[in-house]
Write a protein that binds this ligand. Structure first.
Ligand code: ADP
Ligand code: ZN
Length: 716
């Protein structure tokens, strides 16, 4: 199996569950595979197809993708074909003849074909070894994408009862899952689910301020890479695409209002790396299987977490680090509410509101974004931090004394009567002479202009941080206004020191840039040259560039700089067929680079573990320092004082330490029993168990920090 994996697909190791699934399929049992996008579902039927004696039939609703999939298989030396309405009658007959002769190993079909006249006669002539059903959720009316033609599959199943079936999907709630099982008559034991975590995706939510200039900076850090930018309205997609184009980027809009021809062309150019940026409504994506999308941006608040998860899921299918950024403003909620209010069905309206609430909570919450998403999809035993979302990374961000600016902001909120939102408060602080300020006489307040030297972006971020740490709060009414909390008032009166994360706009950009590069320190110049070569070859062969080699393979080439076919063959994604077809031109290009840039070849280590997988077990120095204090049995507060950090940060450190270090002594930090029991009950009552919901459940009696700490002592 391992050998086939390398010779045909060029991979050294199986992804989680692939091996188990393949074994089950080969044992002739039915399976349902639930894996997130990019999890590697296709391999679960493609590899068995090579071993099984007869043909494997793959049913897929995505006609537009079939050609790419078949091209991809053929490039790997696997005999595959598809039958759908895009072929002429003659071409179809040709494929059918080849299938009958046993020449084709994998045949892709559209679901409507199954109910069509003469199909069963064709089927009887074939020796079908395996039936694969892609996007299996389409069979369920409960799903978000029901296709009536999928119902034909139940009868197909009865026609070939002895043939094992493998159903695959990335999106299935428990309801849909059961529906698939019963429609296809698959037993529960055959379900494999690898969870929803997309490890290589970095999630962040950023305030919707100066958004376009922020967007430009962000896009710049992914220069030349494929990017999808989602907007709420068709008009926005056109505006943003136009502005980006004016700013010198190559971007195209995509929405359902554009002529079909234009849409197809845009999609094609995107897949072929001819236009890197697509600005789209959510109409874009269903037919996109591009493995190397490095950035997905949401300019507006999505309607539901399901939708958000699916759209961001289009980033980084190839497993390389990729980024998902959402620009959030509370005002967006009202935009969505406007549409929700027009839903006539009462029940549906309520449901939509609840889903929107969840989405807003995702944005406003300060817990790990990944944790939040996984809890939402009902996963158990998930880590509460990840190191790859803004909320987690923030914990390690330097904190600095922000007493002065914090006092200024809180004073301005109080002096304006706690009746205004962040925008107005910041205007006052920066000494604006806007009409509204003058009308209200706010230019006469003592706080007017006391932070005139601070850039608006930084000021807004401080306001955000003060909210996060609970010194101020924002009510959720129609016009969100800021208030100073009890905690904030105390801090003001005591003149106590306030530490906040360092605000540095430049740093934010740098950080996001680094997330998109792989751990391999490859030579960028070589990578660029290889990319050009890849595109040329792809053009010549009339296939998308990623069919030739994926980014990860090019990264390895640009790092190891192999000088022979043999060495090239050890790299990720280089199978026998591709080595033969494209090896020479790539070696020539590498050799030229080695001379031109005076570089040296590296040997690829023979370990099965890819050098691209992040090193684990590494504990950062800041965590080490906290650990040191922890072993001295200090309290949270003492540790915070010693380290000059907030208690919240110390607790987050401990959360991380508990997962990486065994037998850590934390018993002395356990809250007093009566309090602990109360909090525990709160967690237990709340099956969603996001901190916010527990916080509310407990009538906001405990702080988030207290809850976090208590959570460490809950049974797992
Ligand atoms: P899905 O259908 O689950 O969204 P795919 O089957 O398209 O995912 O696989 C996603 C990507 O992962 C593809 O580029 C595929 O080539 C790659 N892949 C699949 N299995 C492996 C593996 N064992 N090792 C490395 N890459 C893999
Ligand atoms: Zn996280």
């Amino acid at each position: 199996m391992q050998e086939l994996l390398k010779t045909h697909f060029g991979y050294d190791t199986f992804r989680p569950l692939q091996k188990e699934i393949i074994d089950t399929v080969l044992a002739g049992k039915d399976t349902l595979v639930l894996m997130p996008t990019g999890g590697g579902k296709s391999l679960c039927f493609q590899l068995p197809a090579l071993v099984l004696p007869g043909i494997t039939i793959v049913v897929s609703p995505l006609i537009a993708l079939m050609k790419d999939q078949v091209d991809g298989l053929c490039a790997n030396g696997i005999s595959a074909a598809f039958l759908n309405s895009s072929l002429s009658v003659r071409e179809q007959l040709d494929v059918m003849t080849r299938a009958r002769s046993g020449e084709i190993k994998i045949l892709y079909l559209a679901p409507e074909r199954i109910g069509s006249y003469g199909f069963y006669d064709f089927l009887v002539d074939l020796n079908v070894s395996l039936l694969a059903i892609d996007e299996a959720h389409c069979i369920s009316e409960w799903g978000h994408d029901f296709r009536p033609e999928y119902r034909n599959l139940s009868s197909l199943r009865m026609k070939i009862p002895k043939t094992p079936i493998i159903a695959l999907t990335a999106t299935a709630t428990p309801y849909v899952r059961d529906d698939i099982l019963s429609q296809l008559n698959i037993r529960k034991e055959g379900v494999f689910t690898s969870g929803f975590n997309r490890e290589n995706l970095h999630y962040s939510v950023r305030p919707k301020l100066n958004t376009f200039s922020r967007l430009k900076e962000l896009v710049q850090t992914h220069s030349g890479e494929s990017i999808i930018i989602y907007c709420f309205s068709r008009k926005n997609t056109e505006d943003v695409a136009e502005k980006l184009t004016k700013a010198g980027f190559s971007a195209a809009p995509y929405h359902a209002g554009l002529p079909q021809k234009d849409r197809e062309r845009t999609q094609e150019r995107f897949i072929r790396d001819e236009v890197p940026i697509i600005v789209a409504t959510i109409a874009f994506g269903m037919g996109i299987d591009k493995p190397d999308v490095r950035l997905v941006v949401h300019m507006d608040l999505p309607k539901t977490i399901e939708g958000y998860y699916q759209e961001t899921g289009r980033a980084g299918r190839d497993g390389l680090p990729s980024e998902c950024v959402l620009y959030y403003s509370y005002a967006d909620r009202r935009k969505q509410e406007f549409f929700i209010n027009r839903i006539e069905d009462d029940h549906e309206q309520k449901l939509a509101t609840r889903k929107l609430d969840d989405m807003v909570e995702y944005c406003q919450n300060s817990v790990c974004r990944r944790f939040f998403l996984l809890m939402y999809f009902g996963e158990k035993n998930v880590l509460t931090f990840c190191d790859a979302c803004d909320n987690c990374v923030k914990a390690d961000v330097e904190e600095a004394d922000a007493t002065e600016i914090a006092q200024k902001i809180m004073s301005a909120i109080l002096k304006t009567g706690e009746r205004f939102g962040a925008a107005h408060v910041c205007d006052v602080l920066r000494g604006s002479k806007k009409k509204r300020i003058l009308e209200l006489g706010h230019q006469n307040l003592s706080v007017h202009g006391i932070a005139s030297d601070m850039p608006i972006g930084a000021l807004r971020t401080y306001v955000q941080s003060l909210k996060t740490v609970g010194f101020i709060e924002q009510n959720d009414g129609e016009y969100p206004t800021l208030k100073v909390t009890q905690k904030g008032r105390l801090a003001l009166m005591d003149k106590s020191k306030i530490a906040l994360p360092v605000v540095d706009v430049v740093k934010e950009v740098k950080q996001s840039a680094s997330t998109s590069k792989s751990d391999l320190a490859y030579d960028e110049r070589v990578f660029e040259k290889l990319r050009v070569l890849r595109k040329d070859i792809a053009h010549e062969q009339n296939v998308p560039p990623f069919i030739i080699f994926g980014d990860r393979t090019l990264h390895e080439m640009a790092f190891y700089l192999p000088s022979s076919l043999e060495k090239l063959s050890t790299l990720f994604g280089v199978g026998e067929k591709k080595l033969e077809a494209f090896g020479e031109p790539f070696l020539t290009c590498i050799a030229q680079c080695v001379t031109e840039f005076a570089l040296q070849e590296h040997d690829k280590p023979r370990s099965t573990k890819s050098p691209l997988t992040p090193t684990s077990g590494h504990v950062s120095t800041t965590l080490q320092e906290t650990k040191e204090l922890l072993t001295q049995m200090l309290s949270i507060e003492e540790m915070a004082v010693r380290r000059g950090l907030s208690s919240g940060t110390i607790i987050q450190h401990i959360e991380k330490l508990v997962y990486t270090e065994e037998g850590l002594a934390i018993a002395h930090l356990k809250p007093e029993d009566s309090i602990f029991q109360a909090m525990k009950a709160g967690f237990e009552k709340n099956n969603r168990a996001t901190l916010t919901s527990v916080y509310k459940q407990l009538d906001e009696k405990f702080t988030y920090d207290e809850l976090r700490l208590a959570r460490l002592f809950l049974e797992r």
